[in-house]
Write a new protein. Sequence first.
Length: 403
Amino acid sequence: MSGKNSGKNFNQDDLGAILNDAAHVFKESVAPALAQAGREVGSVIEKTARDISAQQQAQNAQRQAERERQRAAMAEQIAARQAKAAEQRRLAARHNSFVGRQLVYGVTGAFACFIAMSLGISALGSLLMLELVSAVIGGVMAGAALLLGIHLIRMSSGMRRAESYLKFMDGWVGCTLAELSQHTRLPVSRLAEDLSWLIKHRVLTGVWLDLDGEILFTDASAYQEYLAQRRGAAKQDEKAAPTDESAEAVLAQGRSFLRQTAQLRTMIEDVQVHARVVQMEQIVQNLLDWVQENPGGASKLRRLTRYYLPTTLKLLRTYTSVDDNPGEKARQICQEIDRILDTVNQALLQLQDTLLEDTALDVSAEISALESMLAQEGLTGPSLDMAGSAPYVPGVKGNDGRL
């Protein structure tokens, strides 16, 4: 009995020790390992949650950006459609305006021509009945009505060309006449003349032709900027130019002008234009003679040699190139050039008179200074009155005894 009890006690004690050892091992090794594993699992779970949250936020931001992009694209499309509709309305309004004005000018011009024809018939009847006063009055009125009708019909036809020019330049602030010439298949010179006429008679409004007739502007601010640049360049040229223009340069340019006009003059058959060119050559030669005698005043002819003479040569070349061409347009060009040649001659005569007035002032000042010096030296007076003495003539014995 005692053996059995001791074996039983041994087994219980041994089991308690084993359990204690196991608890100790669990506490010392397994529990920390489990805690570490739990922390690592928690960290992984937390990192995974953060990644998922970041991905969700990125997806939300992407979806929001996509919605914003779609809204912006939609707003842009709406604005583009509105702008296109506004542009279409503007073009339609402009087209209707041109068509309306073309119709008004055409109908009015045709009516004026009809009135001119009626007045002409009436004047002819009065002339046949020997009613001269009525015939003259009717003829004048018929002529005036005919001119008005032709002008209005020309205005009507100009409307179509003006609309074509503006349609080509839509969206531009300006273009060169060379570009417009390629579109219209018209020479640049004829195009410049047509544009000048349309702008002058207000058929074409809201456009500006540059000073050289090479660029057409549709934007007022761009045209003003161009003018400011031209003025600035002119001021820079004036600053860069020497105070006294080289007399040799003026003489060389003037003589070159005379040589070229002499060649062009031989191709001019019109007596009046030929006479104007001859008069111009004489005045220019007088101005060159003045420069040769007064080289210090060559700068006074700077504008003459830099602008007036080259422009006149250009006009003369144009005259000789279109003079032989038939048609009303060529005749009008020649008449305009004839008119401006007369204006240039008047300006050259005025310039010549101005130079002579300056010379007269200089001579008067020198005479006054000479008289003052003679008076201070006591060399003038009743007995030595230079003004009252007889003039000296070579070969004639005077009061001073000279021969």
